[in-house]
Design a protein around this ligand. Structure first.
Ligand code: DX5
Ligand code: ZN
Length: 220
């Protein structure tokens, strides 16, 4: 399935300096990033704990970038409304984390947000397939969810390729993405690149983003 349009860059806030969030966000916004990726972790679905709706609400006030909220939490349906009220534009849950997937996706849309579904590296496409028509975005994890700074798993790109043959909307890749491996994701069919360490982890975000843009131009 052919995709058209630009590759979107979504820096993951997890690698930002949390003592100066507003400045960090402005930095990547001024450097031309498209979305801000916000990783929500509950200490159950993944071992790590991060942020909740209160922080999303604060972030909403300092940026015009769409907020791409990645829920790595059990039973995410409980919190959809709160995250939407806080300002989430895209809400992605994990297929492994919710019993009532379809109802949760529909709830996200009823609230006026875009609905995404993510899968861990070991989760098969078959688990996600029943929901393809309900989705605005698929987020393919290219590391085990839970922490920034892990190594990209190239074998997960086969899933991107297969999904691209079945799904024409946005496919996002998340985990260990940098300008060196981004072309593998783009060639497989991804059109959103999430990157934490490779953007917020760099001193010169403008340069990091320019490096990504070069690869996007060459590979798409
Ligand atoms: C991992 C998160 C990612 C992470 C990406 O569970 O979903 O969004 O922050 O960070 P890097 O790019 O450092 O792997
Ligand atoms: Zn993420």
């Amino acid at each position: 399935m052919k995709t058209s349009g630009k590759i979107l860059l979504a820096p993951s806030l997890l690698s930002a300096d949390f003592s100066r969030l507003a400045e960090e966000i402005r930095d990547v916004e001024n450097a031309g990033c498209d979305w801000l990726h916000v990783d929500v972790m509950d200490g159950h679905f993944v071992p790590n704990l991060t942020i909740g709706p209160v922080v999303v609400n604060a972030i909403r006030k300092v940026t015009k970038m769409p907020l791409d909220v990645h829920l790595m939490i059990d039973a995410p349906g409980r919190y959809i409304e709160e995250f939407r009220k806080a300002g989430a534009d895209w809400i992605t849950l994990h297929v492994e984390a919710e019993k009532d997937i379809r109802e949760t996706l529909l709830a996200i849309k009823r609230l006026g947000a875009k609905a995404g579904l993510s899968l861990r590296p070991k989760t098969t496409i078959a688990e996600l397939e029943p929901y393809l028509n309900d989705l605005d975005l698929i987020l393919v994890m290219s590391v085990e969810p839970g922490f920034g700074g892990q190594s990209f798993m190239p074998e997960t790109m086969a899933k991107v390729k297969t999904l691209r043959s079945k799904f024409s909307k946005l496919i996002s890749v998340d985990g260990g993405i940098d300008p060196k491996n981004a072309s593998q994701a783009i060639v497989a069919g991804a059109n959103v690149l999430v990157a934490g360490s490779a953007i917020f982890g760099k001193k010169d975000r403008g340069q990091a983003i320019q490096d990504f843009r070069e690869v996007c131009k060459k590979s798409s």
